[in-house]
Design a protein around this ligand. Structure first.
Ligand SMILES: Cc1ncc(C[n+]2csc(CCOP(=O)(O)OP(=O)(O)O)c2C)c(N)n1
Ligand SMILES: [Mg+2]
Length: 575
């Protein structure tokens, strides 16, 4: 035992020290915080460590809970490590709850913490402050509030169990399906002296699971004999190595890949000859084997199912506990870790399959890929020819050029333009695309968290005008400035909540709203110039509605971002 660890073990810690120690031992390297009065013990511990030069997680003060949680989500999406978030009591937790729910949907592991008082000033220890008595408490405790939208939620019982509970919470968050857990860390416990010495121990990586060979062989036999097998995937690329393993399986074994509009991650390159498009309905009855790879919700309505295809489900946790209703109709399950399972399946199928059949399937997939690509090219040519205004497809094509040139990562929070972003900006690399899951208004923060993770990498954030206005814009731009996180923000601005209008028209195609041209819940024409939010932060700002100016504006914006400042480009799109 080194002298240093000896000293560590006998030092008197308080709860704040234990919390930071536990985060450190979980491998947390950034603490995302939206401050509250419970965090003095954590700040003390951090300040002491910083003063003494002890390696310590980086601490970020963010000015809004959505920014703190959203950045943790973005950072976790790229690093695939458990994140730590400090919020304030019940109110801060409630403010951050939408983003925590977003992290639950996105499967990002994080330990979210905030406090409750235990004594309200009538205890023997330090006075927690009257605000806990008068303002902050919530009946049932904060951990009950967080329970429905976290993976696990608990109160820390005592200072003696704090360190281990925080580590356990992190390990729980990291297990599949990974997601946010919540810990109520009462202020009195954070303030309490820790009499017992800590025995610090780093958390080791989780163990991997594999499917047993018999299960893999059964599916390999089916794939080896299939005439027209198709993979549908939403999040294969969310697992480390998933993109590469899916690509190898699909291309080498001759399985077509469909990424539906519900895909939220880059799973296979849009240029892969195995990629045949986004239309599930087009293949559902023609395929003889459908392989769902990390695909929570393949068909809509859920009861829809293929006419004859055998359904294989490959997913470490196919039945996602946070989803209320889920229909998979599986004939076979493979539930090992994704990359390992796909690799084993590829090897086993290649061993059994007739090479001529595989060659024919690969040829057919390439032809389907080329046909989809020609369609895409034709759609783009038409959009680029529009002269009176900027078609959103034309904008997406220009952004694709930037993404390719800069090897950019795209964070997308568009709604009606989401399909266009996926099809026409697209992606070629693992982790090159993340759709923001859950409620609107987190995207800027997620993009900043992604930027924090990719460091010198280029980040493009695409967003509708409505979604942009849901974001804590000021607080997000401030975080961008404070922590030197330049991103390119492009608003697809149609001056409305177009999606709300489309929903209304679906239910009431000939209703009063149509007849009187009175569409409530839609109009955003009173919005201020959105790029003007950049001005107080000395960031690049531009508004553009003229297609002949778009290239210039985007080039200037890219140059600004590369020179270190965020750019807000507000593009008036035709629809
Ligand atoms: C927090 C939150 N509130 C409300 C909604 C409902 N909602 C979904 S899409 C949308 C409009 C988005 O507008 P915009 O970003 O301009 O996209 P467009 O519909 O114009 O494509 C709204 C209000 C939501 N998803 N999240
Ligand atoms: Mg809009």
């Amino acid at each position: 035992m080194t002298e240093k660890s000896e000293e560590k073990m006998t030092q008197k810690y308080d709860g704040g020290e234990l919390l930071i120690e536990a985060f450190d031992d979980l491998g947390v390297d950034v603490i995302f915080s939206s401050p509250g009065s419970e965090w003095a013990p954590a700040w003390e511990a951090l300040a002491r460590r910083q003063a003494e030069g002890v390696p310590t997680p980086r601490y970020l003060d963010l000015m809004h809970e959505t920014v703190a949680v959203g950045m943790a989500t973005g950072y976790g999406l790229v690093t695939r490590r458990v994140q730590a978030v400090l919020l304030h009591a019940a109110p801060g937790l409630l403010q951050g709850s939408m983003a925590v729910h977003g992290a639950l949907l996105a499967g990002v592991g994080m330990v979210v913490t905030s406090s409750e008082s235990l004594t309200y000033g009538d205890g023997p220890g330090q006075d927690p402050g009257g605000q806990w008595y008068r303002n902050l408490s919530i009946v049932g405790g904060t951990h009950h509030v967080a329970q429905p939208w976290t993976k696990w939620s608990q109160q820390v019982g005592s200072v003696s169990t704090l360190y281990t509970t925080v580590k356990r919470a992190g390990e729980l968050a990291d297990r599949q399906p990974s997601g946010p857990v919540y810990l109520n860390t009462p202020l009195e416990i954070l303030l309490e002296d820790a009499e017992r010495p800590v025995r610090p121990k780093k958390v080791v990586p989780r163990g991997r699971r594999v499917s047993v060979p018999e299960d893999v062989d059964a599916v390999a036999r089916i794939l080896a004999g299939a005439a027209n097998p198709v993979i549908i995937t939403e999040t294969a690329g969310r697992e480390k190595g998933g993109f590469e393993a899916l690509t190898a399986l699909a291309e080498e074994v001759g399985i077509a890949v469909v990424e539906p509009a519900s895909a939220v991650a880059a799973n296979i390159a849009k240029t892969s000859p195995a990629y045949i498009g986004n239309d599930v309905d087009a293949i559902i009855d023609a395929a003889d084997v459908i392989v769902l790879v990390n695909c929570r919700a393949p068909f809509y309505p859920p009861s829809k199912r293929p006419a004859t295809a055998t359904m294989v489900v490959i997913d470490e946790i196919p039945q996602r506990p946070h989803i209320v209703y889920q229909v998979l109709n599986a004939d076979h399950y493979l539930e090992g870790a994704l990359p390992e399972t796909l690799a084993a399946l590829r090897a086993a199928t290649l061993e059994q399959a007739d090479p001529d059949l595989i060659a024919r399937r690969r040829e057919a997939n390439r032809a389907a890929h080329d046909a989809f690509q020609s369609q895409t090219d034709a759609i783009e040519a038409k959009a680029l020819a529009v002269a009176d205004g900027i078609d959103p497809i034309a904008l997406s094509v220009k952004l694709r050029d930037i993404v390719r040139a800069e090897q950019a990562t795209v964070v997308d929070e568009t709604i009606t333009h989401g399909r266009l972003v996926q099809r026409h900006i697209g992606w070629e690399r693992p982790d090159a695309f993340f759709y923001v899951q859950g409620g609107l208004g987190q995207g800027m923060a997620v993009a900043l968290g992604v930027k924090l993770a990719v460091q010198d990498g280029f980040v493009l954030f695409t967003v509708g005008d409505g979604a942009f206005l849901y974001n804590p814009i000021v607080q997000s731009l401030l975080a961008s400035k404070d922590f030197d996180l330049p991103v390119l923000i492009v608003v697809y601005n149609n001056k409305k909540y177009l999606s709300m209008k489309m929903n209304h028209l679906r239910f009431y195609p000939q209703g009063s709203a149509v007849q009187t041209q009175n569409h409530l819940g839609v109009d955003l024409s009173s919005q201020p110039e959105l790029s003007a939010f950049a001005a107080p932060f000395d960031m690049y700002a531009a508004e553009v509605d003229d297609p002949t100016q778009l290239d210039r504006v985007l080039a200037e914006a890219v140059a600004a971002v590369k020179a270190g400042t965020t750019a807000v480009v507000n593009v008036a799109v035709t629809r």
